[in-house]
Design a protein around this ligand. Structure first.
Ligand code: ATP
Ligand code: MG
Ligand code: MG
Ligand code: MG
Length: 564
């Protein structure tokens, strides 16, 4: 690409309303332009980077056996009624009407659509497992869109969904996706951590988030300094004692009389509250374990089976639990329809005491809530974080360190929740209908661009990891208007490097060197080669790596070797 024919629009001024460095640099480099709150246009430069990320994601998804498809972004209300999420999803769901008053939403995610696809397409266990994905625009009406494309309202997501007969097959694909995610973030050159996002502390592996580590991250994650333990703080606090903050207003709001807390239920049954995790509350006494499951999550059997001391158990129906509690259906949580499962253990649950860490405080369960989905998002999410640096790691190995993270990926074993609600079944080997098991796997493609800049920048601008750079090499021409020999040499070099498979941008704009170099540094091109009259006389090119403080004069052969 010749920069004279491209559209580059850089700026020296740091925009006043951009709080974090990635937002500032994306604006200054002219990668994005704001249209309205949480809505951004990707400029030609920005799009080159976005496409790079997309390509790596696509390649690794394909490698892991996922198959690309594309679903509509506009989705009919009826589908969302089937899962109860038309109401439950909350304010993030942008609802729209067509000219016939038909109701739709702009998809914030695609479980409903893909499950509808699966139930119409899949008939037999022989067609499973199936793992499909798309890379597509989502819309979520975030309460506080901020940090540019990091928390936008319209953003690009890769979302994959897998379908299975049985939990084992799901667990296998989940692992394959987990591994693919690790490859994706490694290839993109990011420092990241996979953390337990759901029931990790009780041994489940049903959900992991991938966080890019950066001080500006909105999430806090806790990890063992010497062991493998890593969790988001919502999880970690469930196993770490410490002072609880006063409930926020948002917490009070949901404590209406019909919305019972885990504590209320424990009091009602006159049994101790053992521990709560995310939307799951476990209350128990020897020989009896009750798991209340609220909101979007179902405790699937894999997780339960991993509870130490549980032994054999039986899952009760929702009706049974409602009956046992003597309450109305929907009593158990703020989110309807509430689901509940009773687990009757035939052994003592004393083994679970290992996990009992001072969880019997009012409002405790709120710490594990997935804000915005289970409850309205509070303005101060930080209020619920109280894990202390240096706490012993819950697995007993090492001490907890705390870091801030940006959630760039999320893998989730959904179990049968959606398939059950939408009656998505296939026939098994015996010709019997089986409700499919599902997993879902998201990556914030556009968020990754911002997250990468948070980790890779200096006073002069962006330092792209090579696979994300808009071009790998910039060939800068000094004084092109008056020096045809220099232009000729630069164009020859440009052609040669391109033929060698490198992505090269030729800066032929005729700007003063300082301004030209400023732009090339700001937009983060990893390698810069300067072609000047003086260099030509000496038979050299001036080379500088973006991350190096010094430039070197290299002859062609050395330069070529350096650029790989
Ligand atoms: P967050 O906790 O940041 O709100 P989420 O947990 O709601 O994210 P998921 O439903 O797990 O998001 O969606 C999958 C991925 O989509 C996330 O891991 C994140 O990288 C990305 N994502 C979610 N919301 C946004 C947003 N508003 N802007 C940009 N990317 C987003
Ligand atoms: Mg969210
Ligand atoms: Mg999240
Ligand atoms: Mg998530």
């Amino acid at each position: 690409m010749r920069l004279s024919q491209f559209h580059l629009h850089t700026s020296k001024e740091t925009p006043a309303d951009a709080e974090v460095v990635s937002h500032q640099l994306m604006l200054r480099a002219g990668m994005i332009r704001k249209l309205a709150a949480g809505l951004y246009t990707w400029s030609p430069l920005g799009l080159r980077v976005l496409r790079k990320v997309e390509a790596v994601v696509r390649e690794e998804m394909n490698r892991a056996g996922a198959i690309e498809m594309l679903m509509p972004s506009i989705q009919p209300r009826e589908l969302w009624e089937e899962t109860g999420r038309w109401q439950k999803f909350g304010g993030q769901l942008l609802k729209i009407k067509d000219r016939k008053d038909g109701e739709f939403c702009y998809g914030p995610t695609h479980e409903e659509v893909v499950t509808d696809f699966a139930r119409s397409e899949l008939r037999s266990y022989k067609q499973l497992p199936l793992n499909v994905y798309q890379i597509q625009t989502k819309f979520r009406d975030e309460i506080r869109p901020r940090f540019g494309v990091m928390r936008a309202r319209e953003f690009l997501m890769k979302d994959a969904y897998s379908f299975h007969v049985g939990a084992d097959s799901l667990a296998e694909t989940y692992q394959a996706m987990y591994d693919a995610y690790a490859r994706i973030f490694s290839r993109l050159g990011l420092h990241f951590r996979a953390v337990n996002a759901d029931t990790g502390a009780i041994g489940g592996s049903a959900s992991h988030e991938f966080h890019v580590l950066a001080d500006s991250g909105e999430d806090a994650i806790a990890f063992s300094d010497t062991g493998d333990y890593a969790a988001n703080v919502e999880m970690a606090e469930a196993v770490s004692p410490g002072p609880r903050p006063a409930p926020t207003e948002a917490m009070h709001e949901v404590q209406t009389p019909t919305q019972k807390t885990c504590e209320d239920v424990a009091a009602l049954l006159d049994i101790p509250l053992v521990r709560t995790v995310k939307s799951v509350a476990l209350v128990g006494e020897p020989g009896f374990v009750l798991a209340l499951v609220r909101g979007d999550h179902s405790v699937n059997e894999i997780k339960l089976a991993k509870l130490p001391g549980l032994g054999d158990y039986r899952l009760a129906t929702e009706a049974e639990i409602v009956d046992a509690l003597g309450c109305e259906p929907g009593f158990i949580g703020p989110v309807k329809p509430a689901r509940a499962i009773t687990v009757i253990a035939d052994r003592s649950v004393a083994a679970m005491a290992d996990f009992v860490v001072g969880a019997n405080r009012k409002g405790f369960h709120l710490g594990g809530v997935n804000w915005g989905r289970d409850l309205p998002e509070p303005d101060q999410v930080a209020d619920i974080r109280n894990v202390v640096q240096g706490d012993a790691s819950p697995d007993g190995i090492g001490r907890l360190g705390i870091a801030r993270g940006i959630e760039v990926g999320h893998v989730f074993q959904l179990g049968q929740k959606y398939a059950e609600a939408m009656k998505a079944t296939v026939l098994d080997e015996n010709g019997k209908a089986q409700v499919m098991h599902m997993g879902c796997y998201g990556i914030g493609v556009s968020r990754i661009v911002a997250a990468a800049i948070e980790q890779n920048n200096d006073a002069n601008g962006i330092l792209w990891p090579e696979p994300m750079a808009p071009w790998q090499v910039a060939v800068c021409i000094i004084n092109p208007k008056n020096d045809p020999a220099v232009v000729e040499a630069a164009v020859a070099l440009y052609d040669q490097l391109q033929s060698a498979g490198l992505e090269v941008v030729l800066d032929d704009r005729g700007l003063r060197p300082g301004v030209m170099f400023g732009d090339i540094e700001l937009i983060g091109i990893p390698h810069r080669v300067v072609v000047s009259g003086r260099g030509l006389e000496a038979g050299t090119f001036e080379y500088r790596a973006r991350r190096s403080p010094d430039s070197e004069n290299l002859d062609m052969a050395t330069l070529r070797a350096r650029l790989g």
